[in-house]
Design a protein around this ligand. Structure first.
Ligand code: WQD
Length: 347
């Protein structure tokens, strides 16, 4: 028995695409809504190749309420929503704050408006560990007070969580889960899909592009922090583990297990890894020496953050399966696949 149709916004993006694979593999029917401003149909092609079936994408700007409502009218059998669609670059949000507030907040408000108007009572919201800011105790758990957001992007996630809470409190019968991702990395083991960014800012794609020669070198942003080796600490988590948590969240909601109208979960491995340690792990897995240099700190960087993921393990039955080496292995194999695809396109 198929547990029902899920609407995935941002389904042509990195985490959205990997989540669609896990949802369909667990019996859900899925449609995607993605305006392709950040996502790409290439992601969907890879998802369809893995699944052996097509996935419909509605090319809709979610800040347009009429166009968003039209998707719900055409799909009255939607039982749950996963809302990924948002701009997510920390740097870009500093340069274009209004774009980030308009896009990330208006799209969420429209999605919740449609959930209410078309009685879709199960919603999963894509949040981020960046809501914690520079927490004064580690690891962070879901009760850790939120510090000041370090960027407009992070603030849109803090505001998004408040909007979800107020909505769920006001409208009985709606159940919302907020998922705070730590640092999603890696690619589906088949390497049919992975992170597609021409000029990435995130550490792992910068490393793999440097290792494959797309970039001359990479810079470690600061080695003078108060950490064990001076570089920042993050909690890296494989994108397929993040995907699995979304499936578990929907199963939890659809089974009526949610005891709160709005529940938050940390999605991290629970392990803090420094930038220099991650580079060493990559070099060991790839067998490549990484051309990197030590440079100045990057504005807005949190010094250290990693998760206490007990609540998601206990309540969602979620278990991260991929080790750091596996994260590096799939990220590296994906970068090599991109190079082969590019060479084939040029021939
Ligand atoms: C990780 C570490 C950098 C690049 C952000 C968002 C978060 C999520 C993931 C959306 C930092 C260092 C990086 C480089 C480096 N976004 N680094 N050289 O900033 O932890 O998280 O992206 O979901 O919400 O906040 O990720 O990969 O950019 O940086 O030294 O060329 O790697 O300084 O310490 P970040 P990141």
């Amino acid at each position: 028995m198929i547990p029902g149709k899920i609407l995935v916004t941002g389904g042509c993006g990195y985490i959205g695409g990997h989540t669609i694979v896990d949802l369909v593999n667990n019996g859900f029917d899925v449609i995607s809504v993605d305006d392709l401003s950040r996502g790409s149909l290439r992601m969907l092609e890879g998802v369809e190749a893995i699944l052996g079936r097509t996935i419909k994408n509605y090319k809709v700007d979610l800040t347009n309420l009429d166009d968003t409502q039209a998707v719900f009218i055409e799909n009255p059998d939607i039982v749950g929503i996963i809302h990924f669609a948002a701009y997510k670059s920390v740097n870009e949000s500093v340069e274009q704050p209004l774009n980030y507030y308009r896009n990330n907040i208006n799209s969420l408000v429209n999605i919740l408006q449609c959930a209410k108007d078309y009685q879709v009572s199960n919603v999963v919201f894509s949040s981020s560990c960046s809501v914690y800011g520079n927490a004064d105790r580690l690891p962070v758990d879901e009760q850790t007070p939120l510090a000041t957001a370090e960027s407009p992007y992070a603030f849109t996630k803090q505001i998004g969580e408040v909007i979800c809470r107020d909505f769920a409190r006001q409208h009985a019968g709606f159940n919302i889960i907020l998922l705070r991702y730590f640092n999603p990395v890696g690619a589906h083991p088949s390497v049919q899909i992975g992170e597609l960014q021409e000029k990435p800012e995130n550490l792992v794609p910068v490393i793999t592009q440097t290792a494959i020669g797309k970039r001359e070198s990479m810079t470690v942003f600061g080695d003078d922090y108060d950490t064990r080796d001076g570089s920042c600490i993050r909690d890296y988590i494989h994108v397929m583990d993040i995907a699995q948590a979304h499936t578990r969240s929907l199963e939890y909601l659809l089974a009526g297990k949610s005891r709160e109208a709005c529940t938050v979960f940390n999605l991290g491995s629970g392990n803090g890894v420094t930038v220099l340690e991650l580079i060493k792990a990559f070099e060991a897995v790839s067998g490549r020496k990484l051309n990197h240099m030590l440079g100045p700190r990057r504005a807005g960087d949190v010094i250290a953050v990693y998760a206490d993921n007990t609540k998601a393990r206990k309540l969602l039955g979620w278990e991260p399966r991929y080790s750091l080496d596996k994260m590096m292995d799939t990220a590296w194999r994906w970068e090599q696949k991109l190079q082969v695809d590019e060479q084939m396109r040029m021939n």
